[in-house]
Ligand binder design. Structure first.
Ligand code: ZN
Length: 209
């Protein structure tokens, strides 16, 4: 695990594919769960850091793509954690709505275990002091999270050569809405931007300031 701030850690076993973050808040919270085929290496990293899965009390998904929800059912079964996601994302995670084109194909091939229970999040909600900001665009129900000076950006942006760039059009539900979500974040306080794909960047770089 790599420490990002006082209470925020990156699970290094996930960095090459889709970064998961662990927050040591009042209770332990996992942000995103990577692909299901990486289950073992993630559990090994937790074990190496003396974190039994049962210590994870909450799992929050930024959205329902395969590289984010891949282990949500597996980790809920192991930990008993409460699972949360943006309310509009839940039908995709639970298989009640189909994703577009290639994402639909991936979901059929990968068949991730669904969570037993999932709780909906709305804009402004808090889980263990972690603030929810609805940021549609990449997917309809995508959310960002803010805690301990960190914006957890999911797939709002990705990092290239040290700079955050809006997530590529071909993977998005609606890129013009994604741009509006980036603008919305100007009104929120944070210092670091931690995304799923790439290294953390500073706030000012997100807004080109
Ligand atoms: Zn995604």
């Amino acid at each position: 695990m790599k420490q990002i701030t006082d209470k925020v850690y990156l699970l290094e076993s996930t960095k090459a594919t889709s970064s998961c973050y662990l927050i040591k808040a009042e209770e332990m919270v996992l942000i995103d769960t990577n692909f299901n085929f990486n289950k073992k290496i993630i559990l090994k990293e937790l074990e190496e850091n003396q974190i039994p899965p049962q210590e994870i009390k909450h799992i929050i998904l930024t959205h329902g793509d395969m590289d984010h929800m891949g282990n949500v059912g597996n980790f809920q079964a192991l930990s008993g954690a409460t699972v949360w996601a943006g309310s509009e994302e839940i039908p995709y995670i639970m298989g009640q709505k189909e994703r577009p084109s290639f994402k639909k194909y991936l979901a059929k091939v990968m068949r991730p275990k669904k969570p037993e229970h999932i709780k909906p999040l709305q804009d402004g909600d808090k889980v263990c002091g972690i603030e929810v900001v609805t940021t549609p665009g990449h997917t309809p129900g995508h959310i960002c999270l803010i805690y301990d000076n960190v914006l957890f950006a999911g797939d709002l942006v990705e990092e290239r050569d040290g700079m955050p760039i809006p997530y590529p059009v071909k993977w998005n539900w609606d890129t013009s809405i994604l741009f509006q979500s980036i603008e919305k974040l100007k009104f929120y306080p944070f210092k670091w931007v931690c995304m799923a794909h790439g290294n953390p960047v500073e706030r000012d770089e997100l807004f080109g300031e």
